[in-house]
Design a protein around this ligand. Structure first.
Ligand code: ADP
Length: 247
């Protein structure tokens, strides 16, 4: 049976008097593609930032790969990578310089850093980008480098906060294919937030968040069967006998 790699119990996060996340409980299985779906302000980023220890929670329990974030913060940090909505890379450094300096953050020497960067070149198609300054890259190229940065420490879980927002459909697909390949190749657990319904189609499990509450949870198919129907509205010329068929 597959293990729960993320367990969240009774998570609450308040910003002074704003109740951003209101007592949510859920778990994520190892190797899963897990999606948090919700409109702006639903509490997606707040949750992901608490799980990644960027923000302190108000109350509740979070266990990542068997480690409690309150007690084993360092062990948790070793196991996760995060792609934030905004970049955290240095605009005036080249892609290679950015990635190597990130390796130093994890205590790798230059040789180890070069090896790790080289390992990431192929899966993220970075061949032509390494010598370019980060600020000269397109949105899609930046996302690929952001994902490489998040994978430097060989995390078991990759968190992606709205990874394709602002990208055109073609670039969105490229980023999406890279994520799918990484999952297959290294059994990465991927936790992503999105407000695009269609991005959840590929997910193994989806949670829909609304105003800090979980309002629905299940596989994309379950959710579609439960909450949507296809409706054909049929209007006649004289509009007397309008018909609507649900199927
Ligand atoms: P989402 O990622 O789903 O768009 P957020 O987690 O960013 O939602 O926000 C959830 C709620 O918390 C919103 O009402 C937002 O205005 C509020 N919020 C987010 N960050 C802060 C902050 N630093 N201070 C006060 N309120 C915040």
């Amino acid at each position: 049976m597959t293990n729960d790699i993320i367990v969240v119990k009774g998570l609450v996060k308040n910003y002074k008097n704003v109740k951003a996340v209101k007592d949510i409980t859920f778990s994520v299985k190892e190797g899963e593609l897990f999606a948090f779906l919700g409109e702006n302000g639903a509490g997606k980023s707040t949750t992901i930032n608490v799980l990644c220890q960027v923000l302190n929670k108000t109350s509740g329990k979070v266990i990542i790969d068997g480690f409690d974030i309150d007690k084993d913060s360092l062990e948790v940090k070793k196991r996760i990578g995060i792609v934030f909505q905004g970049t955290v890379l240095d605009n005036i450094l080249t892609v290679k310089e950015n990635l190597i300096s990130r390796c130093a953050y994890y205590g790798m020497n230059h040789k180890m850093a070069m090896n790790r960067v080289n390992e990431l070149v192929k899966p993220l198609s970075l061949e032509k980008l390494l010598k370019r300054k980060y600020q000269t890259l397109s949105g899609g190229e930046r996302r690929r480098v952001d994902i490489a940065r998040a994978l430097i420490n060989k995390p078991r879980i990759l968190f992606l906060d709205e990874p394709t927002t602002g990208l055109d459909p073609k670039t969105r697909k490229i980023v999406w294919d890279i994520i799918s390949n990484l999952r297959k190749e290294i059994n990465l657990t991927v936790f992503l937030t999105t407000h695009y319904m269609e991005e959840c189609n590929e997910a193994d499990n989806v949670i829909i968040l609304d105003s800090g509450n979980i309002v629905a949870e299940g596989t994309p198919n379950n959710l579609k069967n439960l909450y949507s129907s296809n409706k054909l509205l049929w209007y006649t010329n004289d509009s007397i006998d309008n018909q609507g068929y649900t199927f």
